[in-house]
Design a binder for this molecule. Sequence first.
Ligand code: ADP
Ligand code: ASP
Ligand code: MG
Length: 437
Amino acid sequence: MKVIKFGGTSLATPERMKQVAEIVAKENAIVVLSAISGTTNTLTEIAQLLYKKEHTEAKVIIQDLKVQYLAYIKGLLANKDQYAKAEEIIKHHFSHINSFTEDLFTIHEEKTILAQGELLSTALFQLYLEEVSIHSCLLPALEFMRIDKDLEPDTYYIKHNLERELKFCKAYLYITQGYICRSVFGEIDNLKRGGSDYTAALIGEAIQASEIEIWTDIDGMHNNDPRIVDNTYSIEHLSYNEAAELAYFGAKILHPASIYPAKLSGIPIFLKNTMQPEKKGTKIEQTVGEREFTAVAAKDGITAIKIISGRMLLAYGFLRKIFDIFERYKTPIDVITTSEVAVSLTIDDNSNLEAIYEELKSLGEVSIQKELSIVCVVGNFSHETKGAGGKIFDSLEHIPIRMVSYGGSQHNVSIVIETKYKKEALVALNNGLFNQK
Ligand code: ADP
Ligand code: ASP
Ligand code: MG
């Protein structure tokens, strides 16, 4: 069985949802759906207003969203009975959302609101499948998708509960919600923004799927960020490691965590375009042929921290003391560079920055720089490779560079720059490394 995931843009209009049905009609698969595009953003906006007790404003946005859904089903369902069922479903979910405009609003209510998008899209999709006589079973993600106390997926729980759900209802085609899950306490939770890709990968691993397909609005992983750079192109083959680096460092097409479960079981991932299903897209697998430069991506919201200390000179154990502080505050470090008297490192989570700063001060002089980006060049930079570094830095000759990490892996060179230079850097690398003038 395959796992086939469709993102929000693939469901943006009733016509696209019908196209999705056409793509999966003859498949033996678990189909994972995101919320219809824009919905999760709007639900987030509603939650933010409710935190601020701006109930009237929240109600206006809820009503607008409901109207959009009512218009959507007009285009989706021709059969009167199916339409009436869809109307009931929409009313039910929106009265649930509205119920949170009265009382105390906490993170639990927020997560319940955020879950409504995927619950709605899957329910409507199944009604459409029924209308066109395609038999399917709806697998409720809240019955099998769960994270543990460290907010990591509980793979044992997922596998066993999914197996049980699959036995309840027999079909060739199953539909389920991406993104949503339960916490270790059984409350509604989620796998973070863009998490439907992760749902698909986790299900793929749980059922040992033959492949995982991620369908979106572009024909696979491009060699550079298509939102920023013109003349990017789709990459036919990527290794799991290359894809993981690109996803982690900003290639939005894939949730960064979604590579690992597939890699563990050697399940290929295909990235496909719902709007142009005939295009090849990208296949992600264990190994690919050697090529010097594969792709470039960039991640914003980076903070660099520099610790200068005379005590580092000829000393051991200094780095451990630094890392220990970050570990205690559960703050991952992305890039690290050292000299004999200083260490610079980057983080993307500033929630404990103040406390980390206070503790680091006991180790040396600390300075902090925000609004940085990591530009990540992915390719094959084995220890025998000559000239790759030269080409990268020649391309970036007009960009001030804050930090560089080369040699950490054979697949990645990370360059930290101020975010205001990001576009220029991505374009320069496209011209310099991929000859895209
Ligand atoms: P979905 O709603 O299907 O999950 P996303 O918006 O999450 O879609 O991901 C697809 C988008 O990722 C594309 O529209 C594209 O703009 C963006 N993107 C960023 N970097 C890349 C890249 N290197 N290759 C392909 N797409 C990318
Ligand atoms: N609907 C969620 C989001 O917008 C999950 C996803 O699309 O993958 O983030
Ligand atoms: Mg996405």
